[in-house]
Design a protein around this ligand. Structure first.
Ligand code: TYD
Ligand code: MG
Length: 456
């Protein structure tokens, strides 16, 4: 049978019939690579019902033992995993190169080993002496972690089989090489095969595995998205390289809430936990500043207050700039359009810059109202009171939609010393709260409440 060729995206794994510059699946450029198709079975043969084994079926009401979780002793990591490590689970930790994945996982390995669990740390990127140097910096030399610097998957599996650790960390999956697959390490087929071998082998032996995956923009090596479906939990380590804050975010979790975040600070001696992120994401806020608004957000199960900063300036360009850090630029365009057509507040001829302070990324639509407030505040050079928070979703009609978990947001604001909140009507408020909650039906009345009538 003739072998045909397929084209596979190295970023998301989408399969294409022909080569293209841009992947339809994920929108990345230059990530599509040629790949020999796997040969199909003999023509005309299908799996019949004759040779299979009859499955044992069970009901939904069957009683299982509750999940036993092991704790890392790093609270923020345990929280993101949904309360600790589930035995025989597979976890993927993705992130940009240099963001701190190896640092985080070496610390996790050290603490886990100190808790009395057997941990194997396999690095395909650094020599054992380099890892020992890092461990010395992190104060982990006494932690009983077993180290190996290896990329050959067959040898790693043999070692896992002999050692039977509770946890194996593979840093990184893109450096692993499975000798039964005929392509270079880092290619889509190698990364898939290595991840499949490791996760299925570890599951059978009751070993938990953590796979490290580099996020790549250029498609030279396969990104972690091609193996997201194979693992139980997918965590991404985010942050700005120049910033010291790092956020570990669960984007998929079969054993806990998705979207939960853990917050860390990169210091000279490794990552330190930040247990009160709200205090950290708010910069000095004693005097009113125009363009700066505090958004009362929710990340996973935890309320987080963040500062949204906007700057609006006269533009000298034919098409003015729209620059966004930490938020979706499409969503910004939408808010600008709603402000213009529903409230008559135009931004034509003005450059608009929007920044979420602290290097956190916000995905919640509830930030709409805070963004709108920051934009109008910057445009009018009119500051909101510094002790107020804002949240609410804006619809295209200009109406404000109530937001989930309003109570938690308000409680967090009150806890951190804020005295007023601006939001949509029909939200559940906290009983006996000292917080002064201003509720509006739509964007027009919200803007009038905050800034008075705006003449154009
Ligand atoms: P690393 O964990 O090697 O990143 P990754 O595995 O995601 O590629 O982190 C590398 C960066 O972290 C490097 O630029 C140095 C910095 N770093 C510190 O600031 N403090 C530390 O204690 C350590 C170990 C690293
Ligand atoms: Mg690394």
């Amino acid at each position: 049978m003739a072998k045909s060729t397929t084209y596979v995206c190295a970023s998301c794994g989408a399969v294409h019939k022909k080569w293209a510059g841009r992947c339809d699946g994920c929108g990345e450029w230059n990530t599509i690579r040629e790949q020999a198709a796997l040969s199909a079975g003999p023509k005309g043969k299908t799996l019949g019902a004759s040779k299979g084994r009859r499955l044992e079926l069970s009901s939904l009401s069957a009683q299982d033992k509750p999940l036993q979780r092991a704790h890392f002793g790093i609270g923020e990591l345990d929280r993101v995993l949904g309360g600790g490590l589930v035995p025989a689970s597979a976890i993927l930790v993705g992130g940009d190169p240099g963001i701190g994945k190896s640092t985080l996982l070496l610390q996790a390995a050290g603490e886990f080993a100190r808790e009395g669990h057997k941990v194997l740390y396999v690095s395909g990127e650094e020599a054992a002496s380099q890892i020992r140097m890092r461990a010395a910096r992190l104060g982990l030399t006494d932690a009983p972690v077993q180290l190996a610097a290896e990329t050959n998957l067959r040898d790693i599996l043999t070692t896992l089989d002999a050692e039977r650790p509770a946890l194996a960390i593979i840093d990184s999956i893109q450096t692993m090489w499975a000798d039964h697959v005929d392509s270079a390490p880092g290619s889509v087929s190698q990364v898939r095969a290595a991840a499949h071998e490791l996760t299925s082998f570890a599951k059978r032996r009751g070993i938990s595995v953590i796979l490290v995956g580099h996020v790549t923009k250029d498609g030279q090596i396969a990104g972690p998205r091609v193996i997201e479906h194979m693992v139980d939990t997918v965590l991404y380590f985010e942050g700005e390289r120049g910033h010291q804050f790092r956020i570990l975010r669960a984007v998929k979790n079969r054993f806990g809430p998705a979207n939960e975040i853990g917050v860390f600070e990169m210091t000279g001696a490794g990552l330190e936990q930040v247990t009160n992120p709200s205090a950290l994401f708010l910069s000095e806020r004693d005097k009113p500043t125009s363009g700066s608004v505090v958004f009362a957000g929710i990340e996973g199960t935890r309320p987080v207050l963040v500062e949204i900063q906007a700057l609006v300036a006269q533009s000298s360009l034919a098409s003015p700039r729209r620059t966004v850090v930490g938020w979706d630029s499409g969503r910004l365009a939408m808010i600008l359009a709603v402000l213009e057509s529903r409230c008559g507040i135009g931004f034509g001829g003005l450059d608009v810059y929007l920044n979420i302070a602290g290097g956190i990324k916000i995905g919640e639509p509830a930030a709409d109202l805070a963004v709108a407030a920051a934009l109008v505040s910057a445009r009018q050079d009119h500051a909101l009171p510094p002790d107020s928070v804002v949240f609410g979703e804006i619809s295209l009609s200009g109406a404000l939609r109530p937001t989930a978990q309003a109570e938690n947001r308000l409680k967090e604001a009150e806890k951190l010393g804020f005295s007023s909140a601006y939001t949509a009507k029909r939200i559940k408020t906290v009983a006996n709260s000292g917080l002064n909650v201003h509720k509006s039906d739509d964007l027009v009345s919200f803007i009038e409440t905050c800034f008075g009538r705006i003449e154009n």
